[in-house]
Design a binder for this molecule. Sequence first.
Ligand code: GAR
Length: 209
Amino acid sequence: MSLDVSQGKLVRLGILLSGRGSNFVAIAAAIEERGLSGVEIAVVLSNREDAGGLEAARVMGLPWRAIPSKGMKRAEHDAAMIAALGEFDVDLVCLAGYMRVLTPEFVGAFPGAILNIHPSLLPAFAGLEVQRAALEYGVKVAGCTVHFVDEAVDHGVIVLQRTVDVADEDTVETLSAKILVEEHRAYPEAIARVVSGQYRVVGRRYVKV
Ligand code: GAR
């Protein structure tokens, strides 16, 4: 099943983040500058009260809520997140540096309507600290991936990828910064593609129609 993109209604995004929120800010900027149309940010949710992205949402006057995960069972926390997303009538969930693995219940609550951005060229370097892993492996090209979320970690159907060249002098910091520039372009573009509804999924392949 995929996202319902009925004519005339803005697709309501629910942004989930755990940290500074630069991808969220890039999405919000793309909407503001009309590079990304047909969507609105319904709510920004975080599992961390101290997430910089929540402060950014507050400054922008967007609805936000912290649902701290600390001390909560995963199923219980995900149920609270699903309830909040329902409360704000969210159509498309965008994980933007949300550092938690979703339960199958969460994935099942938004079939074909959860996106994630990951700072590597999947399926290479799933998991954490992937820019360091890519550098230490010695890859010459790195990048980012926007993909649908399924029940396996960093695994769902790929919407788009962007690459960067790895220079001999790159450090984890410089490579991460180069990839982040591409992330900020890639995520709004991927959202635009998905809300256009002009695609179908064939096996593991996202193809335009
Ligand atoms: C981004 O690099 C994003 O790709 C990564 O966390 C960072 C969040 O930055 N996500 C993951 O590693 C998910 N597995 P941001 O808070 O500034 O958007």
